[in-house]
Ligand binder design. Structure first.
Ligand code: GLC
Ligand code: CA
Length: 556
């Protein structure tokens, strides 16, 4: 495997709307990000992925872009963005933006021109089909946010357009070479500004199964999941190869794909030495417990499932490339709430789940607030939710026969709002995020869970993440932590997740994924203890006694 400039780094995702607000309007902004660059540097971060800050009606919080060449005034100005890139560079931090090109906003000028003249050139930028009242739609696929993927084209009664996500997110027609050229031009325009690269949103969806056709319905709404379509379509590789060659590869830019449902045999094409992307997120732990019927039917992952998913992913990527490893992002619940049982979210347990993930082979991505152990927020009223996906899943749950209370209780743990509550900087009002009214309420636990309370406290979650990151950069261990092979250890021992990282040195990473004590046989003498989330270490001759939720990294 070729070595790349970004391999040894640690990345961090910022959800700008909820990071830090500098002008009191309750919305985080780019000046807020700039003002926290020193903080990110102190933590050890070298790549920052910014969720979208382009002009947008924010129907899907910026994942609906109305102008790719400008910054939404709520987030700041282009001058702020340029300053962020250059201030980042001074601190050794590359800024990566979100590239949302499966769709744009219905307020983008391309779509407006397409509505005004569907037969003109911009009509070809989208998927528009004739349709008359009473007829079947061009296909029966279900949009990710509910309902059919087709809606009436604004201003017309005899035409529909395709949207895989919300109806304010019309899909772009990648079959059209003119559209593709526009996209590449835009990507290079940003890379010319000195951007480090992109996180590529929902990219697997750009290739549709054409001509549109009905597929077997999988719910009683008569519709079929888009995932079925993706499994039957081919050819996304052609678009992705072209995009990489026309853009990222010319700049040696970093790119990380939001790739779901990829075909295993395609992995080398995606993240191999000459892959289209530098890396892609490993979502296999996140996929545990999902159910096609809807969120109401999802279940929490167990320790054994987590371990199996992680090891399978490590095996898949071994010798191929780097997955990007996460326990959470802006679409997922907080990792500590999702992977740890209720009542067990102590600082020690939070460090364990973070450490087990961080030490895997690949590129670690932290999501804002993860480094202080931010948690899901309890909600019990529909009005407390903002996320369009959650509002749809509430309806799905009701249709399945759940009562209002049951539906809220079932969907709340998976709501995307959990990860989107403002960053908890300190214990003052609104957690120090804003002097105004936050756009989404702060998690009430901010008085105990906040950065100020943890910074400089040796046994805090925050200081633990700093140690993880510095181990990754430590001259003696970096080669092993970054490139060492992952080899599961004692895999059959229940609720123990342990693995070797074998490179120039040999590290043993172990986490006791339960509240009860358990002994792990020692594979050999310990040379050095590198990390421990507890004060004590009970090393017997042939076994290590692990306290509940204990996590250690040792050289052996
Ligand atoms: C990705 C984003 C998500 C967004 C969707 C549509 O999954 O991460 O937040 O809603 O794409 O752009
Ligand atoms: Ca603001």
């Amino acid at each position: 495997m070729q070595k790349k400039w970004w391999h040894g780094k640690t990345a961090y995702q910022i959800y700008p709307k909820s990071f830090f607000d500098t002008n009191g309007d309750g919305i985080g902004d780019l000046r807020g990000v700039i003002s926290k660059l020193d903080y990110l540097q102190e933590l050890g971060i070298e790549i920052v992925w910014l969720s979208p800050v382009y002009c947008s009606p924010l129907a899907d919080q910026g994942y609906d872009i109305s102008d790719y060449y400008d910054i939404d005034p709520r987030f700041g100005t282009m001058a702020d963005m340029e300053e962020l890139i250059s201030e980042g560079r001074k601190r050794g931090i590359s800024i990566v933006m979100d590239l949302v090109v499966n769709h744009c906003s219905d307020e983008h000028v391309w779509f407006q021109k397409a509505c005004a003249d569907p037969d003109g050139p911009y009509g070809q930028y989208f998927y528009i089909r004739d349709w008359h009242e009473g007829e079947r739609l061009p296909c029966n696929w279900r949009s990710y946010f509910g309902g059919p993927v087709w809606d009436l084209l604004p201003g017309h009664t005899d035409k529909v357009y395709f949207h895989a996500f919300h109806k304010k997110q019309p899909d772009l027609n990648w079959e059209n070479p003119l559209l593709r050229r526009e996209i590449y031009r835009m990507i290079n325009w940003w890379l010319d500004k000195g951007l480090g690269g992109f996180r590529i949103d929902a990219i697997i969806n750009i290739k549709k199964l054409l001509p549109f056709c009905d597929l077997p319905a999988d719910r009683d709404d008569g519709l079929c999941s888009i995932k079925t379509m993706l499994a039957r379509t081919d050819g996304v590789n052609v678009f992705l190869r072209e995009m990489a060659e026309e853009t990222f590869h010319r700049y040696d830019a970093f790119s990380v794909g939001e790739v779901f449902n990829e075909k295993t045999e395609d992995l080398p094409l995606i993240i191999g030495d000459d892959g289209y992307f530098s890396s892609m997120f490993d979502f296999s732990e996140h996929l545990i417990g999902m159910d096609a019927r809807g969120w109401y039917a999802w279940t929490q992952p167990t320790a054994e499932e987590y371990k199996r998913a992680a090891f399978t992913a490590q095996k898949r990527s071994a010798g191929v490339g780097f997955f990007s490893n996460i326990i959470e992002n802006h679409d997922e619940p907080r990792g500590v709430s999702h992977y740890l049982p209720q009542g067990e979210r102590s600082e020690a347990a939070k460090k364990m789940i973070g450490g087990l993930n961080f030490m895997l082979r690949g590129l670690p991505f932290l999501y804002q607030g993860q480094e202080i152990g931010m948690e899901n927020m309890d909600r019990w009223e529909l009005s407390q939710f903002d996320d369009i996906n959650t509002l749809d899943e509430y309806k799905v749950a009701l249709r399945a026969g759940l009562s209002h209370e049951e539906a809220i209780a079932a969907i709340s743990p998976y709501s995307r709002d959990n990860a989107r509550t403002p960053f908890q900087w300190d214990g003052t009002e609104n957690a120090g995020f804003t002097t105004g009214i936050p756009w989404l309420p702060v998690n009430p636990n901010y008085r105990t869970v906040n950065l100020l309370q943890q910074r400089g406290r040796d046994d805090s979650v925050y200081e633990f993440y700093r140690s993880l990151i510095s181990l990754r950069k430590n001259a003696a261990y970096a080669e092993t932590v970054v490139y060492g092979e992952t080899e599961p250890y004692c895999c059959g021992q229940r609720n123990l997740m342990a693995y070797f990282r074998r490179g120039e040195r040999c590290l043993l990473v172990a986490g006791n994924f339960q509240k009860e004590v358990q002994d792990m046989p020692m594979p050999g003498p310990m040379k050095k203890l590198l990390l421990n989330n507890m004060d004590k270490l009970e090393l017997k001759e042939k076994a290590l006694r692990l306290e509940g939720w204990q996590f250690v990294v040792m050289e052996i």
